[in-house]
Design a protein. Structure first.
Length: 166
């Protein structure tokens, strides 16, 4: 009786190295962790990615308008403040939370915005002097690189191990 073939690499067998028998694929399992997305789930995920790309392009457009002196910083900040406050009101009106929770959210968002503007205002002279010695081509290249990195590593709300919160 001939020696039975085994699916192991460490044992010397009488069969050629590329030999396989009928039981070779018997343990193969296909699509074990397959999750089928519905159309709406896929649409929402695509909207998240598209939203982030649009925000990045919007940032570039605002920069170009500011560079060509077609739009002032005060006007941009005013429009963004009006837009942010309007969106915040719409979200708060349409949400199902109680008004007490809404007040605490408003306080947290407002506090974060104030801290962001204060630190931005404080560090703007330092950033200006740091970037005076660097050519604009280098700055533009680094900005493009950082925008691509931002788009690649943005948390789009998935539960994958690669896309962590921080």
């Amino acid at each position: 009786m001939p020696e039975k073939w085994e699916k192991v690499l460490y044992k010397k067998q009488k069969y050629p190295d590329n030999y396989v028998d009928a039981s070779f694929l018997s343990d193969l399992r296909k699509n074990v962790n397959l999750y089928r997305y519905s159309w709406w789930e896929a649409f929402i995920k695509v909207c998240l990615v598209t939203h982030e790309i649009c925000c990045t392009v919007f940032f570039v457009i605002i920069f170009i308008f500011m560079e060509e002196n077609n739009l002032s910083v005060i006007r941009i900040l005013g429009l963004l403040a009006i837009l942010a406050f309007s969106c915040f009101l719409i979200i708060q009106i349409t949400s199902a939370y109680q008004w007490t929770m809404k007040k605490s959210y408003f306080y947290e968002y407002f506090k974060s915005a104030v801290i962001f503007f204060i630190f931005g205002y404080m560090f703007s002279p330092v950033l200006k002097t740091l970037t005076q010695t660097i050519s604009t081509d280098t700055i533009y290249a680094m900005v493009v690189l950082m925008m691509i990195v931002h788009l690649l590593f943005q948390d789009y709300g998935t539960d994958a191990a690669i896309v962590s919160g921080t």
